[in-house]
Design a binder for this molecule. Structure first.
Ligand SMILES: *Cc1c(COP(=O)(O)O)cnc(C)c1O
Length: 505
């Protein structure tokens, strides 16, 4: 056999930017230069944010002529530093306390660099090879940690939103199994999903995308502990049935986004089992407990779920994106299967060729699993669990600090790493406290000294710490509480009168 002879043409300048065996030195240099820039900013950052405003940054981004390249990596990095890195929001900083964003572990960053260079695509074996097997091992590993049993399976997704949509699609199809097209049209508007008032809004979005009725999501109120009550779920299931409605799933939340509370999974699983309703557990936040050396029991009952959402990019210290949806019965994944002649013809199933696209809502898909793989291979699960335990401990300390401080009111303590509180010294009228807390939050972000989140609880404005950084010390928390009190106090100086410094509402 002879190899084809190529006519040699001199490579164009553009081709010098393609990654191949002749450009590996440029690749190394470029990636190292990028890593150097990030490293410099990470070292120099004195706070989690600079407080830059959109109207300050937008003109810089707008002024860049995308049709006139700089033709130089260093110049492009200088420019990137101006429009992005200098003013980025840094999740590694101990005073970043806002949303469910974690600092990331280095083995996962290594994985990210490797996976994007190789650029495997997870849809089919013939675009991924070993990557498919690695993803499958991690799905099996996660399912075993949950305890879903021998028939479990699942697939990596882009995030909890997609995982929830995927799980509810499967649940919808199971609820409609065997229905004729006409019956489907009749049944579809009668399908209901039960979740709690503290459930994630992606459940609402999923219901919309799944073609359900506008009132398809039945929201049960929680008690003061912000957990869904199994009795309320049972009651809603019977109420729906009496009304001729079909409950396609109950969504329990293992780690509510706002409160870090965990629904009573075992009790809810019991209700679902006795009523024959699909149980989806949204553990996007709480999945870190799967590897916790001391808190795994908080997820007891999760093993009874029909489907589970996990976000490794929330509590496994992984870079975005890294998530998965798991199912108890792998056969249910067929509802996401479509065979295309050009990609994954049905005969490949008989030939036992593992094509992940058969289980996924996505086609071309990143090899995100590699980040978790390298994390487990370098650090191991216990180390990740220890980090998550540490952030739960840090949050408990933060809660105690705020609770002991007369300037603040706290809500029920979280099982995970959330602290919901508000500035409200004795005698502060509720409306004034609302406005002052809102003000304190934006003033704090504008100062760049700390970033905290806000939320409404029972119509009132609260502030929220989501602690996902083990480096956040009690001193950091005390400092941020002082800053909040200072901003809020300046906004509402006369807390004993009803006078507002400026009109609100
Ligand atoms: C964050 C979150 C989601 C959504 O996950 P994304 O990865 O942001 O799409 C869903 N459910 C809960 C409980 C969450 O905290």
């Amino acid at each position: 056999m002879t190899l084809p002879v190529h006519t040699v043409t001199p490579p164009s300048a553009a081709r010098a930017h393609l990654f191949h065996d002749g450009t590996v030195d440029d690749y190394r240099a470029a990636v190292t230069a990028g890593a150097d820039r990030v490293a410099r900013r990470v070292t120099e950052a004195t706070g989690p944010f600079t407080g830059v405003r959109p109207e300050q940054l937008a003109p810089l981004v707008d002024a860049i002529d995308l049709d006139r390249p700089l033709c130089d990596t260093t110049a492009a990095l200088d420019e990137l530093d101006e429009v992005y890195l200098r003013d980025a929001v840094w999740f590694h900083h101990p005073r970043y306390l806002a949303h469910l964003n974690c600092p990331v572990v280095i083995p996962a960053l290594l994985g990210e660099a490797v996976l994007s260079a190789v650029n495997s695509s997870m849809d089919t074996w013939d675009q991924s090879a070993g990557a498919t097997l690695i993803e499958r091992r991690l799905i099996d590993w996660t399912a075993a940690r949950i305890g879903l049993g021998p028939a479990a399976d699942g697939v990596f997704t882009s995030g909890g939103t997609q995982s929830n949509l995927h799980a509810l699609l499967l649940a919808r199809e199971e609820a409609l199994a065997g229905a004729s097209p006409t019956d489907r049209r009749i049944l579809l508007p009668r399908l209901r999903i039960i979740t709690s008032a503290a459930g994630h809004f992606s459940v609402q979005k999923a219901a919309k995308l799944l073609g359900l009725a506008p009132d398809a999501v039945v929201v049960v109120q929680t008690g003061p502990d912000r957990r869904m009550r199994a009795g309320a779920v049972r009651h809603e299931i019977s109420r729906c049935r009496r009304a001729g409605l079909t409950v396609l799933a109950v969504v329990a939340t293992a780690g509510t986004t706002d409160f870090g509370t965990i629904d009573p999974l075992d009790e809810i699983a019991e209700v679902c089992a006795t009523s024959g309703v699909w149980l989806h557990v949204d553990a996007a936040y709480g999945c870190g407990l799967l590897v916790s050396p001391t808190r795994r029991h908080l997820l007891d009952g999760i093993e009874r779920a029909d489907s589970v959402t996990v976000d490794y990019h929330k509590s496994f210290f992984q870079p975005v994106s890294s998530s998965a949806v798991l199912v108890r019965d792998r056969r249910t994944l067929r509802h996401a299967t479509w065979h295309a002649d050009y990609l994954n013809p049905a005969r490949m199933v008989a030939e036992r060729i593992p094509n992940q696209v058969d289980k996924s809502l996505q086609t071309t898909r990143r090899f995100d699993a590699l980040k978790l793989w390298l994390t487990l291979r370098v650090m191991g699960p216990d180390a990740i669990g220890e980090l998550f335990d540490e952030v739960c401990d840090r949050a408990a300390q933060a809660w105690q600090l705020a609770a002991a401080d007369p300037r603040f009111e706290v809500l029920t303590a979280s099982a995970l790493s959330t602290v919901v509180f508000r500035w409200r010294p004795a005698g502060t009228p509720a409306d004034l406290a609302d406005a002052a807390n809102l003000h304190a939050r934006s003033a704090l972000a504008a100062s760049g000294l700390a970033v905290v989140a806000g939320t409404k609880v029972d119509g009132r404005q609260y502030l929220k710490f989501t602690v996902l950084n083990p480096a956040t010390s009690p001193d950091d928390v005390a400092y941020v509480l002082d800053l909040i009190a200072e901003h809020a106090g300046r906004y509402a100086p006369k807390t004993s009168t009803l006078e507002l410094p400026c009109p609100v509402g």
